[in-house]
Design a protein around this ligand. Sequence first.
Ligand code: B12
Length: 140
Amino acid sequence: MNQKTIVMGVIGADIHVVGNKIIEYALREAGFNVVNLGIFCSQEDFVNAAKETNADVILVSSLYGHGELDCKGLKEKCLEAGLNKVKLYVGGNLVVGKQNWEDVKAKFEAMGFDRVGSETTMPDDIIKWLQEDLSCIIAK
Ligand code: B12
């Protein structure tokens, strides 16, 4: 079986770990090979882990409001490292306070993210995206 690999983690100085654990569990249950870097991840941590594991997707969480600052430049770092095909997902409470969702989404898409989720995006939504983007069959 061609198992797809997801490198995931919480970027920056962000301590919120509950969503990270829930997503990890859901993706493992759905049959993905999950490499969870946990909290306090730098952009380099994501890039290095994705290179080492030949990952299909880098899944970034940001909850504490500094997502824009922390995520800026990640796409460029991936390209520099030759990770041209790796899909970039980001989600959580991406900005400070409540802002227009379409604006937030557009901002992160412009930074090179293929999928942008909010605090209401459920693990099943992520699994659907993975299925579409990686053309894979899900275990359940
Ligand atoms: C519990 C909590 C804490 C705990 C964290 C404990 C821990 N180690 O996890 C403690 C008390 C430590 C904490 C601290 C802080 N917190 Co806090 N915290 C929360 C709270 C109440 C719940 C978070 C949670 O666990 N939710 C449950 C999980 C399941 O949901 P989740 O994490 O959102 O993940 C889901 C989605 O976001 C999504 N998702 C997550 N990642 C990804 C990735 C992708 C790709 C996709 C598609 C989707 C996705 O899927 C997940 C599952 O559905 C939220 C408010 C809230 N109701 O959300 C505030 C909240 C996140 N915290 C907030 C803040 C401001 C802080 C502090 C800065 C407060 C302070 N001044 O000290 C610090 C941050 C410190 C730091 N360095 O990070 C703010 C963030 C505001 C913002 N973004 O604008 C929130 C939203 C509260 C608020 N309304 O103001 N916090």
